[in-house]
Design a protein. Structure first.
Length: 252
């Protein structure tokens, strides 16, 4: 199960709208967080994967104060969602180094894209040498980066963890531990997430039968694919395709 996304927004209608958009993408979005104090408590309780922060919280402390707190901790990515885009606000925002900034009103596609990119970049931050401020004195990030490249390029095949480990100098158990430490999820979870992302693309961009989609992304069992897909997205592959087509027609 994906770690939840916190929505720090004191306007309930907007919070519900964001929650619905994220739920459609398979994320567990948590609302009713209307202050910096509420957010800090929720962080301790839920250990979120991402925090979406409205700047104007109409409290003693605003969203940028929460951004300062998150910057100091530097363990969770955060994105501001706000109607403010003036120079003064942007200067305050830049000091907290957010992972993204979305201006209201926004399109659902903008929110989905930003969330996807931020989560992807944050997950890979420990193996992206170019993003590190300190000198890297181990080759582990570079080896794992090659491993991830292999996964991405062969996501349509059945990928065994033992085979991935053989491409490194580590035994399977040690490979699994290092991958989880640096990427934040197990190799198996990473592979499944990538396969589900690929399945979504095929369901949206092609007319391939669902059973063919399952085999095209390396599942030997169609029923197993459907079960994993529903667990990840909340919808069966067939329902996901219908939902997307209906949503596209509605937006047009």
């Amino acid at each position: 199960m994906k770690a939840p996304i916190l929505i720090v927004e004191d306007e309930l209608i907007i919070a519900l709208d964001i929650k619905e958009i994220l739920n459609e993408e398979g994320y567990d979005a948590i609302i009713d967080i209307v202050s910096v104090e509420d957010a800090i408590k929720a962080i301790d309780q839920f250990t979120p994967s991402l925090i979406l922060v409205d700047i104007n919280l109409k409290k003693d402390k605003d969203g940028i104060d929460l951004g300062k707190y998150l910057l100091e901790k530097d363990t969770i990515p955060f994105v501001y969602i706000t109607s403010y885009s003036d120079k003064t606000t942007l200067e305050r925002v830049s000091e907290t180094r957010p992972y993204g900034y979305i201006v209201k009103p926004f399109k659902p596609a903008d929110l989905k894209t930003t969330v996807s990119i931020v989560l992807h970049n944050f997950r890979h931050r420990n193996i992206d040498a170019i993003r590190q401020n300190k000198e890297i004195n181990t080759d582990i990030p570079f080896i794992l980066k090659q491993s991830i490249k292999y996964i991405n390029e062969n996501i349509s095949e059945k990928i065994k963890i033992s085979d991935l480990a053989k491409k490194t100098r580590w035994e399977s158990q040690h490979y699994n531990r290092l991958f989880t430490q640096y990427i934040g999820v197990t190799p198996y979870k990473y592979i499944i997430d990538k396969k589900i992302d690929k399945a979504k693309t095929l369901l949206i961009d092609t007319n391939l039968p669902v059973i063919q989609v399952s085999f095209d992304i390396g599942f030997k069992s169609h029923s197993n694919f459907c079960s994993i897909f529903k667990k990840a997205t909340g919808k069966t592959p067939k329902d996901y395709r219908k939902w997307y087509e209906a949503n596209e027609m509605y937006q047009k």
